[in-house]
Design a protein around this ligand. Structure first.
Ligand SMILES: [Cu+2]
Length: 392
């Protein structure tokens, strides 16, 4: 069977070119329509249409060039375009554009970087970040210059034949050992810094201000430990008990709960160590305070901890950032559901005096109503126990 009867190359390309053109026209019309509608010019669909239009345009150019080359081939002529040279120049151009793009990204996005760390341990994290960035940037620039310039300089030429170069042990050693040493240094540096942050001596743990944070879709509940500096026990089985009042599942048989305070903002005294106990009532959340370089998962059923010392007050940071509206925030850094973005909680760092004044105004988390419900539940339980005892 002769396939040529069914596939005529010329008509195939004509059909392809026509198809591309008509698709291009449809896209152009759609883009124009989109741009006409007020505000639509900035929507995602508009940019997707533009991207598709660019793809179609490039496709058409490719097809035209293909037809041109095939025609020359049929006529027994040499290729009309020096593709080797073209590809080589494209490599060199990509190098220049890519390096400029990286430089642009570093300068423009680099300005969006967080202000200086507002916590003591954050300084070490920042230095680790900077060292990693310097090393990786250096490697990135050098390897890209070598890769792209080699592709340009040694592009295919009729005058030169390729040299078969299968293996070189010395080179293998260099490009295995040097990155291995660099990575070991970076990993060890990270390990020791992390250990310094999480490995806190017991006395320092106990003396820090104790704050208990509970995450749930889509909010944070925060309580301070009160005078005894110990947060009372919680029990997940008690969540929603006491006629729906006990949304944190506090165990009222633990008297240490009675002085715990419910707060609507986190207020921290400057230069005092503070220890957060973090938990979740539903899915994974992430306790994230970027200005203090603090991030820790909030895991259901497994308390996690983060202890740190804030060293810049909110007022000082407002001055440093030249932004009188500046405020520290606690965010959730896990995409934990549809309203995840709502998980914000105000954090203020103030002087010791302001902190003490604020603390005095905070109300206990265990309300009188909760206590009454608890007593009621206890008396009901006692009567049931008595009945069981009597029946026996
Ligand atoms: Cu969350």
């Amino acid at each position: 069977m002769n396939l040529k009867k069914y596939f005529n190359l010329k008509s195939l390309f004509t059909a392809l070119a026509l198809g591309s053109l008509s698709l291009g026209q449809v896209m152009a019309q759609a883009t124009e329509e989109a741009a006409k509608n007020e505000g639509l010019g900035k929507t995602v669909s508009y940019y997707i249409l533009l991207f598709l239009l660019a793809c179609v345009f490039i496709g058409i150019i490719g097809k035209v060039l293909q037809v041109y080359e095939l025609t020359r081939k049929i006529q027994g002529k040499k290729s009309g375009i020096a593709w080797d040279k073209f590809n080589g120049v494209m490599f060199a151009a990509t190098l220049v554009l890519g390096l400029y793009g990286s430089y642009w990204s570093y300068t423009v996005h680099g300005n969006l970087i967080l202000p200086e760390s507002a916590s003591e341990h954050g300084v070490a994290i920042d230095s680790m970040f900077n060292v990693t960035l310097i090393i990786t940037t250096f490697v990135f620039v050098v390897t890209h210059i070598i890769l792209f310039l080699f592709a340009y300089k040694y592009k295919h030429s009729q005058k030169r034949t390729a040299y078969y170069y299968p293996h070189n042990n010395t080179l293998e050693k260099y490009w295995t050992i040097i990155p291995a040493i660099a990575l070991t240094v970076l990993v060890l540096m990270g390990f020791f810094i992390w250990r310094g942050i999480t490995n806190i001596p017991k006395d320092q743990m106990a003396s820090a201000i104790q704050i208990d944070v509970t995450a749930h879709q889509f909010a944070w509940d925060v309580r301070y430990a009160g005078k005894d500096n110990v947060n009372g026990r919680k029990n997940y089985k008690l969540i929603g008990s006491l006629n729906g009042l006990n949304n944190l599942g506090l165990d009222l048989s633990d008297k240490r709960n009675n002085d715990d305070l419910k707060v609507t903002e986190i207020v921290l005294p400057v230069n005092k160590s503070v220890r957060f106990t973090i938990g979740s009532q539903d899915v994974l959340h992430s306790f994230y305070m970027p200005h203090f370089r603090v991030q820790m998962n909030a895991v259901p059923g497994m308390p996690t901890f983060f202890q740190f010392t804030p060293k810049v007050t909110t007022a000082e940071m407002q001055e440093k950032t030249n932004n009188p509206e500046f405020n520290y925030q606690l965010y959730c850094a896990k995409i934990c559901g549809g309203s995840h973005y709502n998980m914000k909680f105000l954090v203020r760092v103030v002087s010791e005096k302001e902190y003490q004044e604020w603390l005095k105004e905070q109300k206990p988390i265990v309300t009188e109503e909760m206590k009454k419900e608890y007593q009621l539940a206890l008396s009901k339980q006692n009567s049931v126990n008595n009945q069981i005892a009597l029946n026996n």
